[in-house]
Every structure is written in structure tokens, then in C-alpha cells.
Design a binder for this molecule. Sequence first.
Ligand SMILES: O=C(O)CCC(=O)C(=O)O
Ligand SMILES: [Fe+2]
Length: 293
Amino acid sequence: MNPLQTDPVQALISDELRQWVQGQHQSGHDAAQLLRAMQDSGWSATQARQVLQHLLPQAGDLPAALAPAATQATAQRGPDIRPAHGQPWVDGGDRRVPVLCQWNTPRIVVLGQVLDAQECDELIAQARSRLRRSQTVQASDGEAQVHDARTSDGMFFQRGETDLCERIEARLARLMDWPVENGEGLQVLRYGVGAEYRPHFDYFDTRQPGAPAVLRRGGQRLATVVIYLNSPPAGGSTVFPDAGVEVMPLQGHAVFFSYPQATPASLSLHAGTPVLAGEKWVATKWVRERRFD
Ligand SMILES: O=C(O)CCC(=O)C(=O)O
Ligand SMILES: [Fe+2]
């Protein structure tokens, strides 16, 4: 055991996870239902039970671990990037893409050279004149709003808007084994010195009044690919606080992560850390459950 972590269970519990468990419990979901939801998100039964027992001591004894067959039967196939037969790369259709690192819970895959330097530079050039201060989706009504948590400039391409977008989208669809039509258009972001994207989830919170409007087009988001279009001299990594993972921004590399269940138990909380020198440019692809029009 790591001598620095005196309570390994507490180390698993972020504020978001705590609030989610307590909120779900208060709104009538019992500990067994929460155990199932956490297992469906990829948690081991042992760790999920430890977390639930810590947060809901009043809930009493939890059921034994769910049989794997029970969770697998409810699990649906979603977008994923998985190298075959222990190979160090995945097939992107028009190129082999190196897999540098991968995690299972949460599912995170770090890829090298998804885009070459020329493609990165071209995408930046196509996006530059269309940048506007980035917005976030307003939870209350589904409208886009400028927000302090997100201090970048950004723009969206339509899906297939340029030959380059089409080529990148076909490559990403092949890598994720998920239809091009289920993807939102590429978003390009530029962060200057000090700009960041504070910890957030990419899925939509279905309890919010604005959710139906957002979900009507293509359903829930299931996964994200963030592609680094340049290499900032310092800062600008992508961090996953619940997974203890930090991905460094290097031109052409990318990080894929998925959240099959749209809850904090997905452990997909992530942030773009402040840029300390120069600029950071990324392209983000979000993919949905169904066709996105
Ligand atoms: O800039 C980053 O590293 C993360 C971007 C991100 O989280 C997003 O676009 O949703
Ligand atoms: Fe994000």
C-alpha cells in the first residue's frame, strides 16, 4: 500500500462521486442499484462496495457482487479504441496509429500521430479566422453561454465541411469503430497563456431542464477524442483527477476516453490545465449514441 495514502477508499472518492452517490440515494436509489450502476461503469465490485459502504454507512449490508453475466447482459457495445492481439497500434484506415498507453477504468487511450504535422497546421489555419470565445451548454435551458470555467476561444466545423475534416472524421470513426454519422462536427479550441478548461464531464446531465433539447439530436455523448494540434512549450495537459492520469499535449497525439454511463461513477471527469507559455490548440470530437444531424 502507498504509505502516503492512509485511507485508500477515501482516495477513490472525488467530490463529484460523493455528490452523485448521496444525491442518487436521497432520490430513492438504494445501495444495490448504485452498486450495479458502478459495476456497469467498469468499477470492480470490491471497490464499488467499499466506496458505497464508506459513503452510505446507514445503508447496511450490500448484496454480494453481481455476477459478471448480469452486468455484461445489460452492457451495450459503444465506441472504443482497442489494439488487437497485443499490437502496439490501431488501424485508422489510411494509416496505422500508435497506441502509447491505455487504461480500462475509466477507459482512456493515448494515441500517437493521429494527425501529421501538416494536417494539424492546416486545421489550425482553417479554424483561425472563425474563433470566438468558447461557450458551455447552459444546464438550465440547453442554450450556449460564455462561462468562467472555460477561457478558450473556439469554433465548430460542420461534419464533413472540408476535405480535411472528412479525412480526419473517417480516420476517427475507423479507430473508434463507431459511425461517422454519430459524431458531432470537429470543435477547434485555442488557449492562450492562463487559459484553461476546468474539471468537467462531457456527457449531458439528464436531470437538467435543458437536457431534452440537447439529447434530441443524436442522444447522449458516449466518448471524446481530444487531438493536440500543437505542442505548447509549458502547461496545457489534459488531466483526469479521478483516474490520476495526466496526458501531455504533443502535436498530432490524442487522448480518447469513454463514459458508457453518464454519471460521475464513469470517472471521466477531466480538465485542460492552464497554459503556462505559448498557445495550445486542440480539436475535439464528441460521439453520440445515434446519428447526429
Ligand atoms: O483542452 C483539453 O485538454 C480538454 C478539452 C476538453 O475537455 C473538451 O473539449 O471537452
Ligand atoms: Fe471535455
